[in-house]
Design a protein. Sequence first.
Length: 373
Amino acid sequence: MERTVPLNLRKTRRLVVKVGSALLVENGEARAEWLATLAHDLADLRSGGTEIIVVSSGAIALGAAKLGLARGGRGSLADAQAAASVGQVELARLWSDKLRRHDITAAQMLVTLGDLEDRRRYLNASATLQRLVETGAIPVVNENDSVATEEIRFGDNDRLAARVAQAAGADTVILLSDVDGLYDRDPGEEDARLVERIEGVTPEIIAMAGPESSSGIGSGGMLAKLQAARIAERAGITLVIANGTGPSPLTRYCDTAIGTVFLPQADASARKAWLAGRLAPAGVLTVDPGCATALANGASLLAAGLIEVAGEFGRGDLVAIHGPKGERLGQGLVEYGAAECRTIIGLREDEQEARLGYAPRAAVVHRDHMVRE
């Protein structure tokens, strides 16, 4: 039966291509011939007018092989940081060499979680990506694993790719993986079915994902890809999961359309999209059922609806918002520090001033600084 191609990459204005470790590295060595075919794909798309940004894993795997580190360099944080330091040099050389054959300049860009969580640094990263693309270079982005710690890192390049797409103003992300896409159950089961089109990442969709990467050398997995899809869809970006194991993976996808396409669900303002994509809330505000209903209808979070405050945070920090059963309702920028939130928890506006010693603000989290699940 003829397949209907859900997305034509050749008509994409600006494309982010994410390459996983399992595709780029095999037994500690780069898959140089495979990478050459991918570089040809990128050059072909670029010649047709598509602007390209690459998010590439592989530094830790390459560096671990050179240093002789066990477990692919993931035995400890120190091993991962050391492996990344060595491997990033090799990774940059690989991309530069393969793209140079097509008269394309590769640009290395290493980022940390903080670079895309902090608004000012996010805008700086956005400006750099925009300028590199304008010059005709292809930015090759990776997490700066040589300095990142477990507490302040993306942890996988799937979510990083979605955040880079936001910062770069891309309209499409393709995650090249070692699977064809999202299956409705374990793809090893005989009756497993590839889900070709998804309109909204729901709890039911998330339940289809297995937690681990099948390769064992990467840090992602299907759950990370669904989290990336959720970031993308909220920012008005289309995301694709496709199999990249064979040669010329982008051409293969264009010709066969085998994969899973996540359609954008919103076209949020730039600030709202950035806020929705942030990954590291400093605390949690739990609200009562009435407040949860009000939030679902577009209201701000008021102190009267608060029932619990967790974490230590300051005014302007990102906090997660949970319902009374622990369900995640959204996240936003808080108007009070944690101590102040605990002082006015459950209080009406006319009761707050006496506790605070000053006139209360309009809300604990204003609706203009909040995104909902």
